[in-house]
Design a protein around this ligand. Structure first.
Ligand code: NI
Length: 167
C-alpha cells in the first residue's frame, strides 16, 4: 500500500464527471487500499477517487464505528430527513461551512469484486456518502454554502458542540 497525493481545490480533476468502474481487477484493489491508507493518514472520514487524481466512480468512507466502506459506482437510492452541520473536505484544507444534507441516506454500490450491495446510514456517515458521491460528478461542498467559517466562528462552533456532548 502507498499514500496517494490529495489534489486541492482548483485542480481540474475535482471538476470532472468521473467514468464508471468496469474492471474489478488488482489495479482497482491497489487503488482502494491506497485510498484507505491515505484517508486514515489524513484523519478524514471520506475520500473520492478524483481527489487522488483518478477520474473513476469510487470512494471510501469511514463510518462512526471506524469501519471502511468501499463504494464503487455508488448511487443514492433513498434519503430521509434533513441535517445541517459543519462540513469540510481534504481537498479544501482548513475551510469549513454549514451544509444541509439528508439525515438518512441509502446507497447502492458495487464492492471490490463487482457484487452489488446496499448500505444505509445516518448523521455524519450519511453526510459523508453525499459529499463523496458528489465528488464523482465534479462538485465540492463549498457549492452548498455561501459562507465559509472564520477561525473564530469555527472555534465557537467546536466549543458549542463540546458543550452539547457534555450534556
Ligand atoms: Ni471532499
Amino acid at each position: 500500500m502507498a499514500l496517494r497525493k490529495i489534489v486541492l481545490q482548483g485542480d481540474d480533476c475535482l471538476k470532472k464527471v468521473c467514468r464508471s468502474v468496469t474492471d474489478f481487477n488488482a489495479r482497482l484493489h491497489t487503488l482502494l487500499d491506497d485510498m484507505t491508507e491515505t484517508l486514515i493518514d489524513s484523519g478524514g472520514v471520506g475520500l473520492a477517487a478524483p481527489q487522488v487524481g483518478v477520474l473513476r466512480r469510487l470512494c471510501v468512507v469511514m463510518n462512526e464505528d471506524d469501519e471502511i466502506i468501499e463504494l464503487i459506482n455508488p448511487e443514492i437510492i433513498a434519503t430521509e430527513g434533513e441535517q445541517t452541520g459543519l462540513e469540510g473536505c481534504l481537498s479544501v484544507p482548513g475551510k469549513y461551512g454549514m451544509v444541509t444534507r439528508p439525515y438518512v441516506v441509502r446507497v447502492r454500490a458495487q464492492d471490490r469484486n463487482g457484487d452489488f450491495f446496499e448500505v444505509e446510514d445516518e448523521g455524519l456517515t450519511a453526510r459523508c456518502f453525499c459529499h463523496e458521491i458528489e465528488h464523482l460528478d465534479g462538485h465540492l461542498f463549498v457549492e452548498h454554502t455561501d459562507h465559509l467559517l472564520t477561525e473564530e466562528e469555527l472555534e465557537e462552533y467546536i466549543r458549542q458542540q463540546e458543550e452539547e456532548d457534555e450534556e
